[in-house]
Design a protein around this ligand. Structure first.
Ligand SMILES: [Zn+2]
Length: 174
């Protein structure tokens, strides 16, 4: 079964599909909160996504994890902000690969994507229409005529009505 991500038709075999290369318009960086397993502090965590779009009378949001590549323009944009100090490409001993990983802003410990995206307590593990209202986001680009490539694992979340985020934040430019 194929699926559409934004305006891109992607070959997908299951809901949580790995190694997807999608082209997104209105890319955003989701911002949730998690607890550092090492120092136990509440920390900011991030995930690539885009603004909700309509598909088959539902609203969808793709949430990317284990992101290996993003279009240079987005990479440069993130690198011009303070977010780059805690969300950057790093080596995973689990997947033996480099991908965008969250790090504790206090002790630097890596926050594995599995805990954020695939565990029930994770901020990016959605259950029906809940949780989205607990997430903020940073707008990365809002030109509807531009699209940006992102490669990684994707989970598509579907909503009956247009989902509402907690708020839109300004990128913390360096
Ligand atoms: Zn920590």
């Amino acid at each position: 079964m194929d699926m559409i991500i934004g305006n891109t038709l992607v070959e997908a075999t299951e809901r949580n599909t790995r190694n997807v290369a999608a082209s997104l318009t209105n890319p955003i960086l989701l911002n949730g909160v998690s607890t550092c397993y090492k120092c136990n502090k509440r920390i900011n965590v991030f995930a690539f996504s885009c603004k909700p779009y309509e598909n088959n009378k539902k609203f969808e949001i793709p949430i990317f994890s284990n992101v290996m590549e993003v279009e240079l323009l987005l990479e440069n944009l993130i690198n011009s902000t303070r977010i780059k100090k805690i969300f950057f490409k790093d080596y995973s001993n689990t997947t033996k690969d480099y991908y965008y990983m969250n790090h504790c802003q206090y002790c630097g410990a890596k926050r594995g994507e599995f805990f954020l995206h695939e565990e029930h307590s994770g901020p990016f593990f959605f259950q029906k229409d809940t949780k989205i209202s607990e997430l903020s986001y940073f707008k990365l680009n809002d030109n509807p005529n531009e699209s940006f490539k992102i490669e990684g694992t994707v989970m598509i979340e579907k909503f009956e009505s247009y989902p509402t985020f907690k708020n839109e934040k300004e990128l913390p430019i360096l």
